[in-house]
Design a binder for this molecule. Structure first.
Ligand code: QV4
Ligand code: CA
Length: 511
């Protein structure tokens, strides 16, 4: 009995919450709409060498083809089958990506769309990414699913759509923007979903983002997750469970809250980016000084349940939640500070966004071009990501993860992993600093006057290279040098007009 209890406890502690990243790798990056061949190359040439732990990929399963007249990014959130072929690549390319990324210690996290299939207005035919026949009207999908496998009978609203987010039954049993809602209490449906996810696990993926988790019953998700295989032992320790993070948008004030999902895995903390954006934009009297108790002190979910990010593929273009406070690459200077703060701070498991640029057309407070898909060739295929001589990306791929400041903060987080939040300082306004034990220290100046201050860094004495204005290359520093004195203090000067008004040092960038 005692042994059983112990085993159960160990199981609960390690299962599903552990990202399974290699030791010393503490973040993942969402390579939104990238092709599998490009991700494989990126793992080998960039993500592996720079300490990234993994990649969240766009949905790999067959989806509807929407032409209006160009293809929106969001067609991939309308599944047709669980075959592995999309604009990102076919099954063989998918397998090759997983193998090559795993071999360099960068793991793959699949965006799993299991709440629904395509929209009710999706029509009938073979306009799907593998050319599979389907009929949205009669609910026929080549999984196979039929009318019996959907919630049409269970939803209690007149329209069959979610009409009121204050009613949990509607949110979970009715259609989200017309998307045909699967009857996940059915053993058959659970079995088909588990089969899809187990196929991916066997190929070698390390975990899943569960799309639209708020729209699924936690009990159904638990039942499915219990059917998942352990990870492939070619790359993972025996008994390792798939990492699960659930997309639940909980900004408070709705019928469904994030904590209902903690039994299944981690949950996306949407308050994080919404609040941090407000602070860094200094809206409503917010100031960085208030970040002293960032994390659970701000009413966020427990640290070990949180998946955190500054922006995601939805709220960077006005979909989903967070509103206008969300920082994105469009506000690059503030964005780098936001991502820098996130990666330096110990709260949550961190995900970095990597986007493509599109032509925004904001009118009436909404981007009319929020649908625009990734850079494409004239035949509609996704463009490869070209890498410039200065390591940035071309052809409108933004590659935030390659921005020096962001890449170096991903490394900073790895270096300070496990160290306590320490040596906080603020000027009562928007100049703040903190350390991570004796491994790293960061100073921000988001005020309209200079920082000119001596602070206790907690770091061993020596000369350090600021990894924001430059970085350590062999024995020289291409950025500012910071001297930590014998008493562990250092003097910091940061102009409020600096290109990047923050400085970060860590023990691996000591000269
Ligand atoms: C249209 C009408 C509806 C109508 C329906 C009838 O707008 O009023 O009911 O037709 O058929 C697209 C279109 C949407 C269209 C729908 C169905 O934008 O207008 O409905 O297709 O044809 C993405 C996009 C959605 C897109 C969807 C499917 O954001 O715009 O809808 O993909 O292609 C909530 C949820 C949260 C969700 C978030 C966006 O709680 O779970 O909204 N986030 C996730 C993903 C997101 C994705 C989905 C969920 C759906 O992150 O990218 O939606 O899988 O907050
Ligand atoms: Ca549902």
């Amino acid at each position: 009995m005692k042994l059983l209890l112990l085993l159960v406890t160990i199981g609960l502690c390690s299962a599903q919450y552990n990202p399974n990243t290699q030791s010393g790798r503490t973040s993942i990056v969402h390579l939104f709409e990238w092709k599998w061949v490009d991700i494989a190359a990126e793992c080998e040439r960039y993500l592996g060498p720079n300490g990234f732990g993994g990649v969240q990929i766009s949905p790999p399963n067959e989806n509807i083809v929407v032409t209006n007249p160009y293809r929106p990014w969001w067609e991939r959130y309308q599944p047709i089958s669980y075959k592995l072929c999309t604009r990102s690549g076919n099954e063989q390319q998918f397998r090759d990506m997983v193998t090559r990324c795993n071999n360099v210690g960068v793991y793959i996290y699949v965006d799993a769309i299991i709440n629904h299939m395509c929209g009710s207005g999706g029509g009938a035919g073979t306009h799907s990414t593998c050319g599979s026949y389907f009929n949205a009207g009669s609910r026929d999908f080549p999984v196979p699913y039929s009318g019996l496998d959907f919630n049409d009978g269970k939803c209690r609203t007149g329209s069959g759509e979610i009409e009121n987010y204050g009613d949990a039954n509607q949110v979970r049993n009715c259609r989200l923007v017309g998307l045909l809602d699967l009857a996940m209490e059915k053993d058959y449906v659970r079995g088909k979903i588990a089969e899809y996810m187990n196929n991916l696990i066997n190929i070698g993926v390390a975990g899943f983002r569960l799309d639209a988790a708020k729209h699924m019953w936690p009990g159904d998700l638990k039942a499915i997750s219990d059917r998942l295989n352990n990870l492939n032992t070619k790359w993972f320790p025996a008994g390792a469970r798939p990492f699960i993070f659930q997309e639940v948008i909980d900004l408070g004030g709705e019928a469904i809250s994030a904590n209902e999902y903690f039994g299944v895995g981690r949950v996306t903390e949407f308050k994080y980016g919404a609040k941090l954006g407000g602070v860094i934009r200094k809206w409503n009297g917010e100031k960085m000084a208030y970040l002293r108790n960032w994390g659970e002190g701000w009413g966020f979910m427990p640290n070990d349940r949180a998946l955190v990010f500054v922006d995601n593929h939805d709220n960077q273009r006005g979909h989903g939640a967070g509103g206008a406070s969300i920082l994105t690459f469009w506000d690059a200077r503030l964005y780098k500070m936001g991502v820098g703060f996130m990666l330096a701070h110990p709260y949550g498991f961190t995900r970095v966004m990597s986007s493509y640029r599109w032509s925004r057309n904001i009118s009436n407070g909404k981007d009319q071009n929020d649908w625009i898909g990734p850079p494409t060739n004239s035949d509609g295929s996704i463009k490869s990501v070209p890498i410039n001589a200065d390591a940035t990306c071309g052809d409108n791929w933004v590659c935030e993860h390659r921005w020096r400041q962001i890449k170096n903060m991903v490394i900073f987080r790895n270096v300070v992993n496990g160290q306590p939040f320490s040596n906080w300082w603020d000027n009562g306004s928007n100049q703040v600093a903190f350390g991570r034990g004796n491994k790293g220290f960061i100073v921000f100046n988001n005020d309209d006057r200079n920082v000119d201050v001596t602070l206790n860094t907690g770091l061993p004495p020596g000369t350090y290279c600021d990894v924001i204005s430059g970085q350590k290359e062999d024995t020289i520093c291409s950025g500012k040098e910071i001297t930590v004195n014998n008493d562990r203090t250092a003097h910091f000067q940061i102009s409020n007009t600096a290109e990047d008004p923050f400085v970060a040092i860590h023990v691996n960038a000591k000269l």
